[in-house]
Design a binder for this molecule. Sequence first.
Ligand code: PEP
Ligand code: MG
Length: 577
Amino acid sequence: MSVSCSGIGVSNGIAIGEAHLLQRGRPDIVPRFIETDQISDEVDRFRQAVAGARRQLKAIRDKIAQNTRSDIVAFIDTHLLMLTDEALVEAPISTIREKQYAAEWALQVQRDALVRVFDEMEDDYLRTRKDDVEHVVDQIQKNLTLVDEDDLHHLEGKIIVAQDLTPADTILMRHQGVAAFVTEYGGPMSHTAILARSLGIPAVVGVHEATHNIQDTENLIVDGHQGIVIINAEDATLSQYLEKKDADLQHAESLRRLIDQPAQTIDGHTVQLLANIELPEDIETTPNLKANGVGLYRTEFLYMNRNDVPNEEEHFRAYRQVVNGLGGIPVTIRTLDLGADKQIDGCNDSDTPVCNPALGLRAIRLCLKEPQLFLPQLRAILRASAYGPIRIMIPMLSTLHEVKELRQMVEDVMYSLKRDGIAFDADIPIGGMIEIPAAALAAESFARELDFLSIGTNDLIQYTLAIDRVDDEVNYLFDPLHPSVLRLIQMVIDAGRNNNIPVSMCGEMAGDPRYIPLLLGMGLQEFSMQPGALLEAKHIFRNINAGELAERVTPLMQQLDTPETAEKLLQISALTS
Ligand code: PEP
Ligand code: MG
């Protein structure tokens, strides 16, 4: 019987394929036997998981500061020691060999036995040490169930169904030929959504209970336009969707004819179309699509799926590859935007729980506080600037003081490079992302101190409307046409014009066909978006009239709060549907 579930369609398109369930959190360990000829591989798998757990703990210990309390260091040392303990390591291996239990189950059996012994202890202190056993076992189990690149090789054509996907997961999956994503959580600005759009694959998020209602290998249809997932569709529905999929393909084909055409409106107004990229290999499509440059290169993805942080050389190689690959068109490198929705391993190992990470030590705040993390990146960007046009872009600015500190750091790095005889672009433009309402309100002063501005609407909308961008429960409040959001955007565009510096938009709103005419009417000249959206955007520009739009939009911006204006704004959005 066919069942349909609804969520939020965050990446257009239709996918038809088998479900692949991705389990997260503390895994349920199911008793499972292995065959005799699998014993030695299973023992190896277990040993590797123990070695992985040891590596991770060591990395944490090496990274904690010299002045860390000695009991915390001792705590990690105890766990490291336990990872060499016979009771924890050798006993499960004997169980794998003798009883042919799968590694996870063998470890679980041993954990239960040890916990029972601790529970029976009289001494309160010793009884609490069972927590250590649990921690260490969890660490090994995590390694046993880790999604690694090899596990992902069979994902081609599959529809990933998960509670949630981290940016790190999606990065691993990006070149595996996944057909679609379906997640229980997440909003349109979550990184799963952004990544799905940039890969051009359909995605539906906020499908509650998806991992319970959908079984592994079940046949699914994912409709990213409507935000619908159909399980075991009947033949008539299936053929209807096959037709829709075909129509999508034909539309994509017709857009490809625009590659060599200019991004010019009917009345001859040319706009800059820029690409958002996440990994150096993403640039392959950018020159092919004839974009004017890269308006946002999200560098935090260099940090994902590893236990350490990249050094200067790694940063440098990545940036040089991008600059060389772009063949002379400029790239805007955004400095680290770690924290909040972009958490990584191997950095920021603080044990202190942070209640509001999106309001915490992220992006430029983290970089200024931890120069040892930031300086290698700055040095690498400057070194790469000798190979082609680069702009530095600072995320999450909230005060001018941050600009001042940043400029001082750049100057210091330039000084040291000069001293070492290393070439760089001494006039490298430094710009800032306006993604905090306070920064938008102060856009005039930022425009005076910076070489360009870029509006990050994903965060700007999140902070203006106080809605977590990854929480589907408040997605109904997500509204780029909210008068306050539009006013802030207008302020930034005007500040750029008044101070004669370029303003671009690199949030998802810039590539959304519904908002392109309005933004053009508001005076935006540079639109940066995931490469998959570039041709659709060009198609829109080539069919609208910039002068007419400006005439329609300017008076509306003066009276944003009336219902008539809301209606007229919706009419402008509907121009592209
Ligand atoms: C934004 O906030 O609009 C943006 C482009 O940055 P990110 O999505 O990486 O936070
Ligand atoms: Mg942002």
